[in-house]
Write a protein that binds this ligand. Structure first.
Ligand SMILES: NC(=O)c1ccc[n+]([C@@H]2O[C@H](COP(=O)([O-])OP(=O)(O)OC[C@H]3O[C@@H](n4cnc5c(N)ncnc54)[C@H](O)[C@@H]3O)[C@@H](O)[C@H]2O)c1
Length: 294
């Protein structure tokens, strides 16, 4: 059964893969047209075409742009096109803005020598794409009255906002900024009835993860830590976003919401299963004496 295309749109930055693609599929099944921005080369375009077909099969529209979301001119052009084609008589509304861009430089901030050191342009580009672009898209959508009462902004973050990895300094700073922007936007946009939350996903097997040095080990450790005994999936996040679109959720605002099965709350001490260290008899067997502070 196909549904009548509605006037509700979800604008997804990073729509072609991982969390963005899963959210596009889930939201289109539940009444949203998708305006997607992504950056793909020819090799990954077949997956984008498949995604567009899946969205259209739900009876909703899929309007995709293969452009750099951090480029000011492209951003303006995409929004202009949208207003011209879909916002006639002020009917189309952007109910969801999801920021799910993975595009950053993974290298040491200082490193062992000059050649390892991150460059100014790389640092600034990472923070611009992975954090500042959220502000510029939000500003333009507000300028054009495309966001309104009931609209929701979601930005993808990770526990890397508070924890660090050897090559993750620039992305970590971007994530910390993104979370801060979300808090600030929440207070500035609350009076307009627009909510803003960061979604902290657990380690998830996506193309972006595979680019982080040591990704396989991160994934193993995540599964070992996770109380559910598995890694987070893009669908976990898509389902959470759909839940947060339900009426009556507007007081959930300005948060960093973990969608990770509580993985980020667990320290890693070599767990093989989530229960391995829950067995208190292990404490008795250990030589650890909590009263011994010598
Ligand atoms: N994978 C994880 O473990 C994980 C965990 C927590 C948070 N995150 C965050 O989630 C977000 C999405 O990551 P993912 O794992 O789904 O990655 P992904 O590689 O599967 O998807 C990234 C998307 O961003 C698009 N993109 C990248 N640069 C772009 C640009 N300049 N302009 C337009 N589109 C661009 C890509 O085309 C793709 O659609 C990122 O912010 C990432 O840091 C990832």
């Amino acid at each position: 059964m196909t549904r009548k295309p509605g006037t509700q749109w979800a604008l997804i930055l990073g729509a072609s893969s991982g969390f963005g693609a899963a959210a596009a599929r889930e939201l289109s099944k539940n009444g949203y047209n998708i305006l997607g921005v992504h950056l793909d080369r020819q090799a990954t375009m077949p997956a984008v075409h498949k995604l567009i077909k899946d969205i259209e099969a739900t009876g909703h529209q899929a309007v995709f742009y293969n452009e750099n979301a951090a480029d000011e001119h492209k951003r303006r052009k995409i929004i202009e096109d949208f207003v011209e084609r879909h916002h006639r008589e002020g009917r189309a509304e952007v109910k969801v803005l999801m920021h799910s861009l993975a595009f950053g430089t993974l290298r040491p901030l200082v490193g062992r020598n000059e050649s390892e050191m991150i460059k100014k342009a790389q640092l600034e580009m990472t923070i611009d794409v992975m954090a500042n672009s959220l502000i510029y898209w939000t500003q333009d959508l507000v300028r054009r009255n495309l966001l309104g009462r009931g609209s929701r902004i979601f930005a993808m973050t990770s526990d890397g906002a508070n924890l660090n990895l050897p090559f993750y300094g620039a992305v970590s700073a971007a994530k910390a900024s993104l979370e801060s922007y979300i808090r600030q936007l929440a207070i500035e946009l609350g009076p307009r009835g627009i909510t803003c939350n960061a979604i902290l996903a657990g380690v998830t097997d996506t193309p972006a993860l595979s680019k982080i040095p040591g990704a396989r080990n991160m994934l193993y450790a995540a599964v070992a830590k996770n109380p559910f005994g598995r890694a987070t999936t893009p669908e976990d996040v898509a389902h959470a976003i759909l839940s947060l679109m339900q009426p009556g959720t507007e007081f959930i605002n300005g948060n960093t919401i973990g969608v990770d099965g509580a993985e980020s709350k667990v320290s890693y001490v070599g767990q093989k299963t989530p229960y391995q260290y829950a067995d208190l008899s292990l404490l008795n067997e250990s030589s650890w004496d909590p009263t011994d502070i010598s």
